[in-house]
Design a protein around this ligand. Sequence first.
Ligand SMILES: [Cu+2]
Length: 111
Amino acid sequence: MKKLPTLTLSLLLALAAPTFVHAMDMTGSDEASTMAPTMTRAEVRKVDKSAQKITLKHEAIENLGMDGMTMVFHVKDAALLDKVKAGDQVRFTADKIKGAYTVLTIEPVKK
Ligand SMILES: [Cu+2]
């Protein structure tokens, strides 16, 4: 019975190791998005104020390494959604915050 504590500790370490490696991976992927957000052109497809979300058909986002596409973003501040509406041409910046693609700034582009 003397050996039991040692065995238990080994098991705990073995279980903890993969978790630790996973945490390191998460840190690594967050670092990839620490590049200063770049101004990107987009067309607003949908504004959802209650959910604090916006659907944008955006061009390539340099700081996120993302190609052009249509997708839903979270919005950092709900007040940003008062400045734009569906159909608007806009310029915006976005970053990955807590795993969610989030619009930091957005402004309409005058036609
Ligand atoms: Cu995208």
